[in-house]
Design a protein around this ligand. Sequence first.
Ligand code: SAM
Ligand code: SF4
Length: 316
Amino acid sequence: MCNFGDSDKDGQIKLAALRDLATEQWKRVMSQAANHCVWSIIEGGEPTSRKDILELLQHLKSIQLPATLITNGSLLHKLDLRELKKNTNTVCCSIDSVREEAYCKVRGVNPAMYHAVMNNVKMLGEHGIQRAINAVITKWNTEEFVTGEYFDFVTKELDIHAMSLTFVEDQPGSSHSLSPDLYMRKKVAKAVIDYTRKNEDPFIALPTKYWEQILEYGHTTFNECGAWKTLFVRPDGSVLMPCFRFDLPENRMSILEHSVEEIWNMPQWDITDDCHACEHLACIWFSSQGISTVAEPYIRGVSLLIKNQLKGMNFS
Ligand SMILES: C[S@@+](CC[C@H](N)C(=O)[O-])C[C@H]1O[C@@H](n2cnc3c(N)ncnc32)[C@H](O)[C@@H]1O
Ligand code: SF4
């Protein structure tokens, strides 16, 4: 389902070894980006498959650029988790389904991997690492969100209390769709709205408006796409202008050879002025929203933090 993935895993690993930037090059890119960015998101591919991942996270910490690591969680047991804790702000694991069969189907892995990932997520809690999960809703995992089984499992079994959710964005040009049909999309949206109204745990970091738009129109809406707010650097150091859907040679510029200002001044960014091709992708929708929409989960989150702190101080 991932626009940056490849079903040929061996081929992908070989390509990565050949094309991906070396440690020092990444450090340079990170330092360059730090002059323009307020936050970094380390994703992939799978970032923990790099042997130097902790060194790169340490570099981000040393230049004071906050970092969220997005990972499939499969290799976390191989990392020094004390170092991971020191050098990340949040570790976000992708848990698309809490049911073994659906998880394996979506991720293309065997049951042993499902159990290994669940154990690794629990380990984050045991090490006191600030953590969250992300789930992508496809036609294979709708039911667990409708019944609330997913939310119960992650809070009780995985000790996860913050999460984000998105409907899958089908791959451009793909002949098969992973998206649930309209009826199911609306059913899930209604269930998540009801869950968020009645429950604070897990904290769902997506504004209710996302689900309300799915209920009303079957897809999300926004005026101007916010993809330009992100400097998206591919593993080979090229910046995509403006995003994955326009991944053509003429829309890539190497951040090793050009300054951020030069890249920023390219006309391709204007594509975001009136492109509305992403119908469900929560991160794109979120970055395209006005302040009042973004403020809603922020206020919910802050009030929850205060409430929990008061409880801890025995004021409740
Ligand atoms: C690009 S992935 C890479 C990071 C890491 N390898 C992982 O599996 O989490 C980052 C996030 O995008 C989500 N994602 C991948 N394909 C998607 C799609 N077609 N629609 C919506 N989200 C998607 C993943 O589930 C993951 O949470
Ligand atoms: S809406 Fe268009 S410009 Fe924005 S991220 Fe999606 S494809 Fe790119």
